[in-house]
Design a protein around this ligand. Structure first.
Ligand SMILES: [Zn+2]
Ligand SMILES: [Zn+2]
Ligand SMILES: [Zn+2]
Length: 500
């Protein structure tokens, strides 16, 4: 079978999926027929039945005979794929490249696909909008509302650009020559991608080596912000955001450093940072709420009061921040983890985002361990941990008003929280400088003004109020009703350490 094909049908940044759908459309063949003639030896053997995912995989190209297709169309899909990946990766930090940043299902722009065009840029999880039309990208079929796998399709319809349900993704306009539109090149309008294309090697290298929390930034809240963050961090003038620099001094390796157990140092430094952060909170945002905190954490109430009193949202945010950050029960007098000695592996003294931060630290040790001296490394870690603590507090602040009023804890797992603010580090070897960049400089607690239910006169305990903490009540005989009430109240608050 010879193929009808025109080299000019391939437009810049077109995806392999799009090229293969064009090929099928132009030749009125289905996936199976394509593989019968241009498939790999193994794929050709499948005469009847379904084609496995493996043979329809566009990333591995396992089902296709790349050489044979090159002879028929003049295009080497393997090379094309490699160049496509490289063109995307040049503006993506290495630490993120190792993550899966290509969508497993088709992501498409309605306008692009109606002219038979799909770009590999659409598949990158970092973009929310079509780089050509700036319109929102789609994920589901308009007809069956299912995801469309990013594979050569399984159906046996002899036409391209169809969902598995048979629905065409191409908008049919009367008097419109679909195949003629295949050569209409679209201009990229996304400024970030455009400036990425014209970026100097120096800046591209800087992006490549940028350190950020790979695991945390790729969630649905943050992934669309990464590109903006990176480009803002590359700009020299300060257009918003927070920038901090640290002058490194290389290779002043004194013998003392050698004796330090790095894992102990990381653990204990992080612990110190968290203690300082807590003190900072209590001195600033929480300064006027120390009574509210004692009231809530001590479960104060009188015998006569049926309900426990209102929870101040600031006290609520603080208590639960501490609970989920350290994994400790604030109502059981549990203390934050102690200092550690002689650690054999990387450990961190907090639970929230623990894996993600550990992964980043391990990445730094592996890739920059030889470059950063001890002080520089600790500078990075101190800022990272401070940021984790701050973000986590902000996450509680955001939901505090609503849930303090209901006296419940809405989330029952540590990692249901999304990192609110992206932090990144770049290391400039020539200037011997490490730079930290936070794209936002807003303090959430300032934007989120909350009402404290206790005004100044009320910030004292009444004489008949006493602590209903289970430990306090336990030493008193009787008080059975109080014990039950406290237990019920704590259960409603869904303290993690009680449930786990
Ligand atoms: Zn588009
Ligand atoms: Zn469908
Ligand atoms: Zn208060």
């Amino acid at each position: 079978m010879s193929l009808t094909w025109n080299r000019e049908w391939i437009l810049p940044s077109e995806s392999l999926w799009s090229i293969l759908e064009k090929l099928k459309y132009a030749n009125q063949i289905n996936t199976k027929q394509l593989l019968q003639s241009y498939g790999s030896t193994e794929a050709k053997k499948i005469k009847a039945g379904k084609l496995g995912k493996r043979f329809r995989n566009i990333n591995s190209l396992d089902g296709l005979d790349v050489d044979l297709l090159e002879k028929a169309t003049g295009i080497n899909l393997e090379n094309y794929k490699r160049d496509a990946i490289q063109s995307v990766y040049r503006v993506v930090p290495k630490i993120i490249q190792s993550k899966n940043i290509i969508n497993e299902n088709l992501v498409y722009c309605t306008e692009c696909i109606s002219q038979g065009f799909h770009s590999f840029l659409h598949q990158v999880v970092l973009f929310e909008k079509c780089p050509f039309h700036l319109s929102k990208l789609e994920k589901l079929c308009k007809n069956c509302s299912n995801n469309i796998p990013y594979l050569l399709p399984q159906h046996e319809l002899e036409s391209g650009f169809l969902c598995n349900c048979g629905e065409s993704m191409v908008r049919k306009k009367s008097g419109y020559n679909f195949m003629e539109s295949w050569t209409h090149e679209l201009a990229i309008r996304d400024e970030r991608i455009l400036s990425g294309f014209s970026m100097s090697t120096k800046l591209l290298n800087k992006i490549e080596s940028t350190i950020l929390h790979g695991k945390l930034v790729l969630n649905d809240t943050n992934r669309f912000k990464i590109m903006d963050h990176l480009f803002a961090s590359m700009e020299n003038e300060n257009k918003g955001g927070t920038r901090l620099t640290f002058k490194m001094n290389f290779n002043n390796s004194n013998s003392k450093e050698v004796e330090i157990n790095l894992y102990d140092e990381i653990y204990n430094t992080s612990r110190d940072v968290l203690i300082s952060f807590e003190k900072f909170l209590l001195r600033t945002i929480l300064f006027e709420h120390s009574h509210c905190i004692r009231r809530f954490s001590g479960l104060y109430k009188s015998r006569e009061d049926k309900e426990f009193p209102k929870i101040c949202p600031y006290a609520y945010a603080y208590i639960f921040w501490k609970e989920s950050l350290f994994g400790i029960n604030p109502f059981y007098n549990e203390v934050i983890p102690r200092k550690k000695r002689a650690l054999k592996e990387l450990e961190l003294p907090f639970y929230c985002n623990n894996d993600a931060i550990k992964e980043t630290i391990a990445y730094i040790l592996k890739n920059f361990g030889g470059l950063l001296n001890h002080r520089s490394l600790m500078w990075v870690i101190r800022h990272m941990v401070w940021n984790v603590a701050k973000n986590h507090f902000n996450e509680w602040i955001v939901i505090a008003r609503e849930y303090a009023e209901k006296s419940i804890r809405p989330k029952t797992r540590y990692d249901e929280f999304n990192f609110a603010e992206i932090i990144s580090f770049t290391i400039d070897e020539n200037e011997s400088v490490i730079e930290l960049f936070l794209s936002s400089s807003d303090e959430i607690h300032q934007k989120k003004q909350m009402q404290c239910p206790y005004n100044n006169q009320m910030k004292e305990f009444r004489k008949d109020e006493f602590s209903h903490l289970p430990m306090r009540l336990a030493i008193n005989p009787g008080f059975n009703n109080e014990k039950k009430a406290a237990e019920k109240y704590l259960y409603g608050l869904r303290i993690i350490s009680l449930i786990k």
